[in-house]
Design a binder for this molecule. Structure first.
Ligand SMILES: Nc1ncnc2c1ncn2[C@@H]1O[C@H](COP(=O)(O)OP(=O)(O)OP(=O)(O)O)[C@@H](O)[C@H]1O
Ligand SMILES: [Mg+2]
Length: 279
């Protein structure tokens, strides 16, 4: 464990309830404090905000969001120490800075845009690509989740190795069953189970190897998941892309929360999770 708190990024109140609930439970499980952060974007616009009393009004509205989030977190986990603040800036840079000292960073996703299948906004995508700790994106409607699995997408890459350790640790702390899913190309009969033996705890996991379309099959096998865990990149060769196609698709389409282990979290000086295999 390297972070000293669980951080939740607060957007507007409705989108954030699921993230606050998830973050509070995770803070309780880790025995860490919870820190809620609201990025106040208006301060960044170098344009007049209209009548001189508008800006303070916007600040007051932002402070209300922060206070409501604080109340909610205390209601969810009364035993967890909680702090909350408003930080002037755009959400992505504000939360990226927080990720340097966080154990995990949690954000909500929106319901708007569901028709397009795009549930995760630019903040989520940017964090998943660049954060220094794992990023969890939580859907607004978490109550409906069924099943007790933590599904981990494994393609043999260093990020997927970290995803295995993160997912197994999460499953152990929450009394869930880890399921490691490897989707192999049709023309390849690679067996990734030997690589998995290097992971402490992988022996207790259900291991699934199937052939077909990786993102599609991961989503199918995550139908009974409480959490789906992937790396930000995999074995694909396009290094100019910050987020691989599989992680992008599952971020947008999974019904359950998605944890992404960004490349920068792997490069932190100390290994975050014991047992992480480096290639
Ligand atoms: N075939 C797969 N089976 C299971 N999980 C996978 C598979 N491919 C990717 N994943 C999961 O998704 C994560 C991100 O991989 P992704 O494929 O999105 O990135 P990439 O390989 O760098 O890019 P791309 O495949 O788009 O060229 C991996 O770390 C792993 O957790
Ligand atoms: Mg790939």
């Amino acid at each position: 464990m390297t972070g000293d708190k669980v951080v939740v990024g607060i957007g507007d109140a409705e989108d954030s309830e699921g993230a606050i609930r998830w973050g509070a439970a995770e803070a309780a499980s880790h025995g860490l404090p919870l820190h809620l952060v609201h990025a106040f974007v208006w301060a960044e616009f170098r344009v007049p905000l209209g009548p001189s009393d508008v800006a303070p009004g916007l600040r007051a509205a932002a402070d209300k969001i922060v206070a409501a989030a604080l109340d909610l977190a205390r209601k969810f986990e009364p035993g967890v120490p909680v702090t909350a603040c408003r930080v002037d800036g755009f959400p992505a840079p504000v939360l990226l800075a927080e990720s340097r000292t966080a154990e995990v960073i949690v954000i909500g996703s929106r319901d708007a845009g569901r028709a397009l299948g795009l549930l995760v906004g630019s903040t989520g995508m940017s964090l998943a690509a660049h954060a220094h700790c794992p990023v969890v994106v939580v859907r607004p409607t978490e109550e409906a989740l069924v099943g007790n699995r933590v599904v981990i997408g494994y393609d043999g890459s260093p990020a997927a190795d970290a995803a295995v350790d993160f997912g197994i640790d999460y499953a152990r702390r929450h009394g869930l069953v880890p399921r490691i899913v490897s989707v192999l190309p049709d023309d390849e009969d690679d067996d990734l189970s030997a690589a998995l033996r290097a992971h402490e705890g992988a022996r207790t996991a259900e291991v699934v190897q199937v052939t077909g379309h990786p993102a599609e099959l991961l989503l199918e096998w995550a139908a009974d998941a409480q959490l789906l865990v992937v790396g930000s990149r995999g074995r694909g060769g396009f290094t100019s892309l910050l987020l691989g196609s599989v992680s992008q698709t599952v971020l947008h389409q999974a019904a359950c929360p998605v944890a992404v282990i960004p490349t920068a979290a792997l490069e932190s000086p100390q290994a975050r999770w014991p047992g992480t295999v480096r290639h």
